[in-house]
Design a protein around this ligand. Structure first.
Ligand SMILES: [Zn+2]
Length: 593
């Protein structure tokens, strides 16, 4: 048995075997009557449903009420002005600037856009528009208008942007790239102009009108943006051997409309795991914390971000891993594709999926999305979504790419109702979560392999080296990473000699603390650049972001102004990377510097 393949089959059988679909399904039926906008009365009722259950079973829990910046889209209008003018159905987005219901008239201008090919695209960076003068115009383009896309027209002088959604339904969404409620570093990460979304047939109609001459439109929108209290519910099941070490299992409670597939199914998963793990708490070595966030959909992960900052020092010292639960158990989601995991957790995650479902899985680095608010802190992670609709099935149904709901296009719409949850798929997904959690909670040596994290980092740095050619030398980074990898090899050889010892054996605890130190170095370096206690923006973040100016370096001419600036930048960034990798190696070897 290697470190990442550790399992205790008898305990797993009794705990995972106790999971049923009854309680999860009761929650889903209840939540199908609740429109859980962040900070709303319906959401408070959802919190009460969960806390009543926890109280009945005796699970210790706390409901926090932080004040966060929340933005709820209100009504919006769009009409063509003139003799044959008519109105169109549009929606505005969370954090869109608002006209406060006043109509604004302007000429329409079409800028060709592109629909997202996949979720990475959907949540990627903005694409600045350069080609033409858009001053004073209402721009219409293809896309969802969410994430960084709302920033595409910054500085263009346009007065609004209308995004033509890819299907019949208009998807709700959020446009700010400030991760959680803003601080000084993240102010100004909101779009400058009102954002509207329209469905494909009506969007195409507007495009057609433009073909026969100028079109004047009038639009209005209302968005209720302000600081308000939101509920953050956290249950805690104390470990019986090393209670300070914990795994954070989490998912968002708030939703667009009744949000069954996004994310009542995840809330149900968390509740069932709370019930069963509490009943078996004497069999858990480490602590399990379970958090239901608000502020995900309408505060860009405001609840999890608040938790990450409020409990930052505890998380940084003691959190073994965080496990996100968003949109498991959806209709037609029969395969495990593009599952999110940090490299060191890949083996653990894949083995748990295989042991429960019999299926192979594929996955990749977590995107900068979905309550993964713990990357700056440097915390390892597995899962966000889990089961997913096979691509052929989506293609046969004519589905476009969406950002959740297992690939169902009802995602973020009024149609995300109970039909989207699948009892059998959900039950299996809950068992996968439970299995992967149990192994993390009970393995004497935490089953995460940080050599995989270093190898992934080395591969990305090699990629940067290839891009820049002879214009910059990444050898010092590669060297430091190689040396760290060798030191981790020695750590794991030693760790394997500890097999048979318990989780609270001092030697075992020391190895696990060293693993957490490695996570704080490798995850932080690999996923963030704004610092351990800040939040990078909600946009595509390249791997080892400090070294990513290599992408620009690839295209500059040697000897140009920009070349020298980039060379300075990369030299300073590389110093940071080498220093941190070397410090980690030294700590493994018991050296001070
Ligand atoms: Zn979600």
């Amino acid at each position: 048995m290697t470190i990442s393949s550790w399992k205790d089959e008898a305990t797993e059988k009794s705990i995972v075997g106790a999971i049923t679909i009854d309680e999860p399904w009761r929650l889903i039926e209840k939540f199908s009557t609740l429109t859980r906008l962040s900070g709303s009365a319906d959401e408070a009722e959802a919190v009460k449903y969960i806390t009543d259950k926890l109280s009945t079973w005796g699970v210790p829990h706390t409901v926090h009420h932080p004040t966060c910046l929340i933005s709820l889209p209100g009504p919006s209008t769009l009409r063509t002005v003139g003799e044959n003018g008519r109105s169109f159905t549009v929606k505005t987005s969370s954090f869109s600037p608002s006209t406060d219901g006043k109509e604004v008239e302007a000429e329409l201008a079409y800028v060709p856009g592109a629909q997202a090919a996949d979720i990475g695209d959907l949540l990627g960076a903005s694409r600045p528009i350069e080609s033409r003068d858009l001053a004073g115009k209402v721009v219409i383009t293809e896309g969802l208008g969410i994430a960084a896309r709302g920033m595409d027209f910054a500085g263009s002088g346009a007065v609004a942007a209308i995004f033509i959604n890819p299907g019949e339904r208009i998807h709700e969404g959020i446009t700010t790239t400030s991760w959680g409620s803003p601080d000084l570093t993240s102010l100004g990460r909101v779009p400058e102009i009102p954002i509207l979304a329209i469905n494909k047939p009506e969007g195409e109609e507007l495009k057609k009108l433009l073909q026969s001459g100028p079109v004047k439109v009038a639009f209005s929108n209302q968005v209720d943006t302000g600081w308000r209290e939101i509920p953050v519910t956290v249950a805690e099941i104390k470990g019986s051997v090393v209670p300070d070490e914990f795994i954070l299992l989490h998912g968002h409670l708030d939703s667009w409309h009744v949000g069954i597939s996004d994310n009542a199914v995840g809330d149900a998963t968390l509740l069932e795991i709370a019930r069963v793990f509490w009943a078996n708490r004497d069999k858990l070595a480490r602590t399990l914390r379970i958090a239901w966030w608000s502020g995900h959909s309408h505060g860009r992960y405001a609840g999890s971000t608040w938790y990450a900052q409020t409990f930052a020092l505890d998380l940084a010292a003691n959190c073994v891993a965080h496990v996100n639960c968003d949109s498991p158990g959806c209709r037609f989601a029969t395969e495990f594709r593009d599952v999110a995991w940090t490299a060191e957790a890949a083996s653990l995650a894949q083995l748990a999926i295989k042991d429960v479902s019999g299926q192979d899985s594929s996955g990749d680095r977590p995107l900068r999305a979905g309550d993964c608010s713990f990357g700056n802190l440097g915390i390892s992670s597995y899962f966000m979504g889990l089961s997913e609709m096979p691509k052929e099935v989506a293609r046969a149904k004519g589905y476009h790419s969406v950002g959740g709901s297992g690939g169902n296009i009802e995602w973020h719409t009024e149609a995300d109702t109970i039909e989207l949850a699948d009892k059998d798929i959900l039950l299996q997904d809950i068992k996968i979560y439970a299995t992967a959690l149990l192994r993390g909670l009970n393995a004497p040596i935490v089953p995460l392999d940080y050599r995989d994290a270093v190898r992934e980092m080395i591969a990305h740095i090699h990629g940067y080296q290839e891009k820049v050619g002879g214009k910059f030398d990444f050898a010092p980074s590669l060297n430091a990473a190689d040396q760290l990898n060798e030191a981790i090899d020695r750590l794991y050889a030693y760790a394997e000699s500890l097999s048979g010892k318990t989780q609270n054996d001092p030697a075992v605890q020391r190895v696990n603390a060293l693993q957490r130190m490695l996570a704080r170095t490798l995850v932080t370096l690999s996923y963030s650049q704004d610092g351990r206690f800040r939040q990078d923006p909600a946009r595509g973040i390249p791997p080892v972001p400090e070294l990513s100016p290599a992408n620009e370096m690839a295209n500059v001419e040697e000897g140009s102004d920009q070349f020298y600036v980039l060379r300075n930048d990369l030299t300073r960034a590389q110093n940071d990377v080498v220093w941190k990798l070397t410090q980690a190696k030294n700590q493994l070897e018991g050296k001070v510097l």
